[in-house]
Design a protein around this ligand. Structure first.
Ligand SMILES: [Zn+2]
Length: 189
C-alpha cells in the first residue's frame, strides 16, 4: 500500500519531467518515524528496497541510506503538521526561481492550491540537504516553497496532496513563462 503510493507519485513526477532520472525525493511521516526514498534512487521505477525507514529525530543503521535531503525532511516534519513531502525540480518553476523572490500563480487552480510561493535561498549557498531551517519555517505558512535555482518542497497530509501542489505550481509557472515569452521585446533603435 505505502509502496504503491510512492511508486505512482514517483512515476508521474518522472513522466512529467519534474525530476531527472535520479533527482527528487519523497517521504511520509509515521509518528516518530520517516519513510523516505533511498539516496540516489530513481523515482520513476521505485522498488521496495528504495524506501528507507529511519527516525524522525534519531539516526539509526538505515539513516546513511536515506536521501541526501533527509535533514530537510526531518526539519519540515518537526516544525509543521505535514505528513508527506515531495521534493522535485520542476523546470519552469526552477527557471522562475532564478529571477523572482516570490511566485504568484495567475490561474485560479494554481492560486487556490498553492497560493503565493516564496523563493528561498537568495544570497545563500544552495546545496542539497541545506537550508532546512529556512524551508521548514516558510512551510509553517504555506504548502509549497521554491529554493532558488534548485527545486520545490511541497507538503500535504498525503503524498498525493504534496504531489498535487507540485504539479499545480509547475502548471502555473509554465503559463507565466509562456506569457513572458509572448511579451513584445523592446525594439532596439
Ligand atoms: Zn533537489
Amino acid at each position: 500500500m505505502i509502496l504503491s503510493q510512492f511508486q505512482s507519485v514517483g512515476r508521474d513526477l518522472f513522466a512529467r519531467g519534474l525530476v531527472s532520472s535520479t533527482g527528487g525525493n519523497l517521504s511520509i511521516r509515521l509518528g516518530d518515524r520517516i519513510i523516505i526514498t533511498r539516496r540516489g534512487c530513481m523515482l520513476g521505477c521505485l522498488e521496495e528496497h528504495d524506501l528507507i525507514e529511519t527516525g524522525l529525530n534519531k539516526n539509526d543503521r538505515s539513516t546513511p541510506l536515506a536521501s541526501i535531503e533527509l535533514s530537510v525532511h526531518r526539519l519540515i516534519y518537526q516544525k509543521t503538521t505535514a505528513q508527506a513531502i515531495v521534493h522535485a525540480h520542476p523546470p519552469n518553476a526552477v527557471a522562475l526561481s532564478l529571477v523572482e523572490t516570490e511566485i504568484v500563480p495567475n490561474c485560479i487552480e494554481g492560486l487556490s492550491l498553492v497560493g503565493r510561493v516564496p523563493v528561498l535561498g537568495w544570497n545563500m549557498e544552495v546545496k542539497p540537504g541545506c537550508l532546512g531551517d529556512v524551508i521548514a519555517k516558510a512551510l509553517e505558512q504555506c504548502r509549497i516553497v521554491m529554493v532558488h535555482g534548485h527545486g520545490s518542497f511541497g507538503t500535504g497530509q498525503l503524498l498525493e496532496e504534496a504531489y498535487h501542489c507540485t504539479t499545480a505550481l509547475e502548471e502555473s509557472c509554465h503559463v507565466i513563462c509562456l506569457l513572458k515569452s509572448l511579451q513584445p521585446k523592446p525594439i532596439k533603435k
